[in-house]
Design a protein around this ligand. Structure first.
Ligand SMILES: [Zn+2]
Length: 294
């Protein structure tokens, strides 16, 4: 049986602090000698395909996966994305728990949660304090939920994105209370098209604007798996790529088209795989933490 919660539009920042995190004391993991990529279960979002210029007949499923990823490098630990539902705002039951949230745009979102992020981190040996770096593809609500819990990490963000996040009235589907603590984080403003996080070419933030002003993707080079690009929201449904469709809510649709063309050339050149984070069927096939890609 699903439990329903209606979250208020404006939750106070303190309600979304790291409540609940302190209870978990993971056995601290040793840093491995080569990179590991852990894929976490961030829940499932029921979405409206018409907002992506698609029809139900064109997509395999209307559901979107919510990806959260931990990249453990010999020199540091990067969290990529922070989920859709803050851990402190729902109670795991062992069964799927449906959350309904209403943001400032008055549209209701339904997310089915199975596992809190902190428990998944603990299961691989990490507490939020062990995460040295935080990067988000962009600031929409389904990517920022637990960001406040990682305010102690170094935040890697582009200036245009940070400015949009902390505008008086942030534009788009946003949940600003989930990321207010980042305002005071140690912050690296990423200026280059490609930013080499650990200075060895294996973990690279790559600019891909359009969905939001400072949207970015993450390019990883793994010893066994090879090159992987984590898409952010450059695409949601894989049919956006095959049928050349765009979400109707892009910050700048022309920029998104250009970013897609540039990434296609990059994928061609590097032979990297593209993992579309919101692609439900592709995500379902990925091995989830505590298993990992290396
Ligand atoms: Zn998204």
């Amino acid at each position: 049986m699903l439990r329903l919660f209606l979250l208020p539009v404006a939750l106070s920042a303190c309600a979304l602090s790291a409540a609940g995190w302190a209870a978990v004391q993971p056995a601290r993991a040793e840093r491995p000698s080569s990179i590991r990529l852990y894929v976490f279960d961030g829940g499932t979002l029921e979405s409206d395909v018409s907002r992506y210029e698609l029809t139900k007949e064109e997509v395999g499923t209307t559901e979107l996966s919510i990806g959260v990823y931990l990249i453990v490098h010999p020199k540091g630990v990067l969290l990529w994305e922070a989920g859709a539902i803050p851990d402190g705002s729902w109670t795991p039951t062992g069964n799927p728990v449906e959350q309904r949230i209403v943001l400032a745009d008055s549209r209701e979102r339904r997310v089915t949660m199975r596992k809190p992020l902190h428990g998944q981190l603990a299961a691989v040996g990490y507490a939020p304090a062990d995460v040295t770096h935080l990067a988000l593809s962009h600031y929409h609500w389904d990517h920022t939920a637990n960001a406040n819990a990682f305010a102690g990490a170094t935040w890697l963000v582009r200036q245009l994105e940070r400015d949009a996040m902390f505008a008086d009235t942030p534009v788009g589907a946003v949940w600003p209370e989930t990321y207010t603590s980042l305002r005071k984080s140690r912050t690296v403003i990423v200026k280059a098209d490609e930013h080499d996080v650990f200075d060895d070419g294996t973990v690279i933030l790559k600019s891909a604007p359009g969905h939001t002003p400072g949207h970015q993707v993450l390019y990883l080079t793994l010893a066994k798996t090879g090159g992987v690009v984590l898409s952010g929201d450059l695409y949601h449904y894989p049919q956006e790529r095959t049928l050349k469709r765009l979400p109707v809510f892009e910050f700048n649709a022309e920029q998104t088209r250009a970013s897609r063309r540039i990434l296609d050339a990059f994928l061609e050149r590097t032979r990297a795989q593209l993992w579309i984070q919101h692609d439900y069927e592709a995500d379902a096939k990925l091995k989830k933490a505590p298993a990992y890609y290396e």
